[in-house]
Design a protein around this ligand. Structure first.
Ligand code: 5CA
Length: 437
């Protein structure tokens, strides 16, 4: 992508309304703009990152046997009356009337919607288990929308729902999503710690939040220091096998958010306890028959009995993750994207766009890398070099290549790793080979 043909409205000044670093950097890097409180316009650069996160979430859901579908953003109020949540949900729900005066709502979550589809389509235990998900915009009229995309009113969520014949089956589904989440967040370069959590308006008695460590997080958390060295790397995962041992490894040690904290246990941990703040990027729930019973989602069991299905739901804050990753990965110069979610893999800077030789050399590098299928952002503008370097650092592209008059004479370009700051002068051919797999 040539920057001259792109749309990247960066800001020099720090926007006054942004209180935390990810919000400031997303505005400054031209990733998004506010439409109204808690509602955002995603600009091309921000959208690229959002799509990358979505792709990783989707690949891992698919890998764990979850099937993608798409439910609407607008739902009929009747469904929520059936479950009893229409009144209980309160002012966070955006209620709408259509021209026929029918009551609708902008979905804050989709338990009712999918339970209604399920009860019309699944009749027998033989059709179970089922694990389904979608990635769709939600609306919650939050009391205090803040911190940009981290606590929005309109936000993108991946929500999955499991249907099983009994509790054992439901726990298997829960464990599947638990391990799926560990792998999903690890692939994004994040350390997300699973913590026992409150179930709130979703309900149920078993729930874990996945929390990314960040000083600006909204949740107060405390956890055993061993979490800092836990990783799924090199763990063989049989998605259809028994995942309980992996789950146990992550639930053996103490970790809790807010109200769930146990001061007695914390005191016993002494120096092994780390207290801090974090961002909830995922939340999983097992709630049994909370929706299936009132909504009549039953199946015929092997015994011939009609039983309400056992359910769970599993959310990931896809748009929140964009902010959470920045909170976890930035420096004074700007964002430092983990490779897996970066909007572009390489930023190419032509230091002297008014120099024919320089431009010819930069164009060649650009064309070769592009032809090799590398995602590359090419700053071909007639701007001062200082501005170009600062912007490339700000938007956080993981690797930078600089073509300047001195290098052109020697047949080299400068390579820089954004995260470590490591630099090298490399022959043009070596650079191209470096990125072409
Ligand atoms: N139905 C369940 C699971 S699918 C559910 O709605 N869970 S939730 O309320 O915990 O939301 C799931 C995830 O969405 C959260 O972990 C969080 O990452 C994200 N999320 C929730 N509210 C917001 C918000 N206001 N802005 C951005 N992301 C949010």
């Amino acid at each position: 992508m040539r920057l001259s043909a792109y749309y990247l409205p960066t800001l020099r000044e720090t926007p006054a309304e942004a209180q935390i670093v990810s919000h400031r950097l997303m505005l400054r890097a031209g990733m998004m703009r506010q439409s109204s409180a808690g509602i955002y316009v995603w600009l091309p650069l921000g959208l690229r990152v959002l799509r990358n996160i979505e792709r990783i979430v989707r690949e891992e859901q698919d890998a764990f046997g979850c099937r993608e579908m798409l439910m609407p953003t607008i739902q009929p109020a009747e469904l929520w009356r059936e479950s009893g949540r229409y009144d209980a949900y309160g002012p966070e729900m955006l209620r709408i009337r259509d021209r026929h005066d029918r009551e609708l709502l902008y979905g804050p979550t989709n338990e009712e919607q999918l339970t209604a589809v399920f009860r019309d389509t699944i009749k027998s235990y033989r059709q179970l288990p089922k694990l389904l998900y979608h990635i769709q915009w939600k609306f919650r009229d939050e009391v205090r929308p803040r911190f940009g995309v981290m606590r929005g009113r309109e936000f993108l969520m991946k929500d999955a729902y499991s249907f099983d014949i009994d509790r054992d089956g439901a726990i298997r589904a829960y464990n599947k999503m638990f391990v799926c989440y560990l792998r999903t967040f690890e692939r994004m370069g994040l350390r997300a710690i699973p913590m026992r959590a409150e179930t709130g308006p979703i309900g149920g008695d078993l729930s874990h939040e996945f929390v990314v460590l960040a000083d600006t997080g909204e949740s107060e958390i405390a956890y055993h220091r061993d979490f800092l060295s836990l990783s799924l790397k090199n763990t063989d995962i049989d998605v259809d096998g028994d995942l309980q041992p992996i789950v146990d490894r992550y639930t053996a040690n103490y970790a809790a958010t807010d109200e769930q904290r146990d001061r007695g246990r914390e005191a016993e941990l002494g120096d092994d306890l780390i207290a801090g703040r974090g961002i909830e990027v995922g939340h999983i729930f097992y709630f049994g028959t909370k929706y299936s019973k009132p909504m009549g989602a039953t199946v015929t069991a092997a015994t011939g009995e009609e039983v309400a299905v056992e359910m769970g739901s599993y959310g990931i804050g896809v748009s929140r993750l964009v902010g959470a990753i920045i909170e976890a990965s930035h420096d004074d110069a700007g964002i430092v994207w983990p490779d897996a979610v970066a909007p572009f893999q390489i930023g190419l800077i032509n230091v002297k766009a008014d120099d024919a030789e320089c431009t010819a050399a930069a164009d060649t590098v650009y064309e070769q890398l592009r032809a090799a299928g590398v995602d590359i952002l090419y700053d071909d503008r007639a701007e001062r070099p200082g501005v170009k370097f600062a912007e490339m650092d700000l938007i956080g592209v993981p690797y930078q290549l600089t073509v300047g008059p001195r290098g052109v004479k020697a047949g080299t370009v400068e390579w820089k790793a954004r995260r470590s700051g490591e630099r090298a002068e490399l022959p043009v051919s070596a650079v191209v080979n470096l990125f072409v797999r």
